[in-house]
Design a protein around this ligand. Sequence first.
Ligand SMILES: [Zn+2]
Length: 480
Amino acid sequence: MRRVLIYDTMSREARVFAPIAPPRVGLYVCGLTPYAPAHVGHGRTFVVFDVVVRALRRWGYRVFYVQNVTNLDDKLIARAAEEDDDPLQLAERNFTAFRRSMTELGVTSVDYYPFATDYVPEILLQVRALVDRGYAYVADDGSVYFEVAKFPAYGRLSGQKLSQLQPGARVEVDARKRAPEDFVIWKAAVPGEPSWESPWGPGRPGWHIEDTAMTGRLLGARYDLHGAGADLIFPHHESEIALSESATGEAPMVNYWIHVAFVIFQGEKMSKSIGNVLDLQAAIDGVGPGALRFYYLNAHYRSPLDLLPDRSLAEAKEAYDRLAQPAHRIEQILARDGAERSGDPIPSEFAAASDELIDRLDDAMADDFNSREAITLLFGWTRRLGELLEGLDHLSGEGLTALAEPYRWAQEVLGLFGERAPADARDLERVVPVLLAARARARARGDYAEADRIREELGTAGIRLEDGTAGTRWSYAEPH
Ligand SMILES: [Zn+2]
């Protein structure tokens, strides 16, 4: 199997990837807290992990990818109260919209999206284990806290010493705690909020323990990869390690920690809590899913991405369209004539170069998922094909397929070029009238359901119909 280097946040170096039980790989990524729609910063994180999984699967790893949904937490409860809504239903709605955006973006690699509220029994078992083992204590109101001082390795992932952790915005001061850095793992119920019965009275899970209860159940006490945006290193992931390793007695919980850098917008990390967000779906609608993926992947995932309004995405779209042009043209010809079409062979140096390029693309990705390097290589290919571009129509199917291989690699691993190639107007002029005639016949015999179905299917292909006295007119707009 290919030698893969992964930069691990814990050891602060790139290490050769060695799964616990190859070829199986367990991956857990902290997902959305759906108290508001997803923004462009979220999109980056999830596209990056989609590409990580696509690459590992290409190289023969059998990845089980779990991405959780924190469908109940303080922010959800607060937002639902503001909007006079139910927090669980608010979460459900935003999550459904998020899934639609992910599908449009081509994020297809997640195997399972567990909801926190479906894991309350596992959470209670873990709280009990932590209390029994002396790592957690029960406060007067029935809340349960993890005692950070009992876990000396706390701070190793983020590089902080316990003595340096100051109570502040993220470490709240609370009279029920023995020490300011202790964190709640079971919150005593507040009237009007969702709650569950527990040995310590009614309550609901704290944030960090949702993750470790799920991973314990789904991936085991020790697993291969844990990822998320870099903002979750502290206190979230630090706390996950403390909870899991204390509850199970097994360490390390995770062998490789992968963290994706921020999207910077208006001078700061894009964040719902700061309010400097660009809606993810709006960005997809604006430039198309391919261009947005290209924007994300044309930077190394550990480098911050500075998003300049009205500029970055427009430039990405322009560059992406340039990169994709030969890919779309070749696939168009192959779709029209088939891979067996006859024509001129390609110059032999192109066939060899195509194979060699695929190797280099895999090498780039195996070096800590360097998608930026891969895109640079693909630009080189597009430039090189420039001299053949005018003559593509004369080439054989075999030759065209060889030229398409690097782009097909990018489709498989980076999820690029998957959108429908812009239709060739001449093809449409041949095909659409045939369908319009079929629709007219259906209407003539009174089969309006069939007529509507044809209209709808043409609509999804970007073809709009307008019925008038002189017959039906049609127009075409490229779907995104
Ligand atoms: Zn998490």
